[in-house]
Design a protein. Structure first.
Length: 292
């Protein structure tokens, strides 16, 4: 008989033709197709056995690693205030929203609410209710390539340009073993300097018609040194409220009209507890037009 078209299986083809010469060309084509399908199935079964897909080894969730784009994680590692990657990630303990440390501390200079959910963090000292989130910061540094190195370089350049000593990273101190149940020590992220020993609350009591236009005071909770005078408080009010020089500022504590030379520590000692509310020295201020 004649060889096959491809010539790759001439002997089996001739053997089949010799054994059944009466079979037509259509029967031969069917047998050839069946042989090809059988070989393809054998090849597929061999490849599955070789690479382990037949028993589902590579298809299991435990063995496969899923690649994730950084953009999928971006909403969880960005600060909603500066819109950049979290640096010194700091979490508000009341609502668990996280921001850059410098961003949230600066925000609390003007507000005591969370910038994301608007919850009141603390009535007078919101900085007491924030904590560093070192685990989240480590995750951010691992996800964003060279972010930690860039931040360290910027900090180093900042201090060098101003002739200041570059602060060394804090080294955790070993805790001596103690008997009994271990106590959990919580440290504040923001420590108030000891010289800032007076907290004041500035309450507006009104202005007369000739006081002109002025901006409302945004920051009414202030922590200052007890050596600060009423003159310093007045300068603070004038600068923050853009007051006209002709506008006079009267500052009152209780029933006492205060003088420029009086210090806050002196006022607190003389007037006593009647001037204090929740640990704050309460000062009322009003605006009037100075007489010509």
């Amino acid at each position: 008989g004649a060889p096959s078209c491809s010539g790759s299986r001439s002997l089996p083809f001739e053997f089949e033709r010799g054994r059944s010469e009466s079979s037509g060309d259509e029967d031969d084509d069917d047998e050839d197709d069946e042989e090809e399908e059988g070989e393809e199935e054998e090849m597929e079964s061999d490849s599955r056995a070789r690479f382990g897909t037949d028993d589902g080894e590579l298809d299991s969730d435990d063995e496969r690693e899923r690649m994730i784009n950084l953009t999928e994680l971006t909403p969880y590692i960005l600060c909603s205030i500066c819109k950049g990657y979290l640096i010194d990630a700091t979490t508000i303990t009341e609502c668990l929203h996280t921001f850059c440390k410098s961003c949230i501390v600066r925000h609390f200079y003007y507000s005591n609410r969370c910038p994301k959910c608007n919850i009141v963090v603390h009535q007078t000292q919101p900085l007491y209710n924030i904590r560093l989130d070192r685990q989240l910061q480590d995750i951010v540094y691992k996800l964003v390539v060279n972010l930690e190195e860039r931040e360290k370089k910027q900090m180093h350049d900042f201090y060098k340009e101003r002739g200041l000593e570059v602060p060394k990273p804090a080294v955790p101190q070993p805790v001596p073993p103690s008997r009994g149940r271990p106590r959990k020590v919580l440290g504040s992220v923001f420590r108030i300097p000891p010289e800032l020993d007076i907290s004041i609350l500035l309450e507006f009591i009104g202005a007369n018609e000739g006081a002109g236009n002025f901006k409302p005071l945004e920051k009414k909770f202030v922590r200052v040194s007890g050596e600060a005078t009423i003159g310093h408080v007045e300068k603070f009010l004038r600068r923050k409220m853009d007051l006209d020089p002709a506008c006079q500022v009267d500052i009152i504590c209780g029933d006492h009209l205060l003088e420029h030379y009086q210090t806050l520590r002196e006022i607190r000692q003389v007037i006593g507890e009647s001037a204090v509310q929740d640990g704050l020295l309460v000062l009322h201020y009003g605006l009037v037009v100075s007489p010509l």
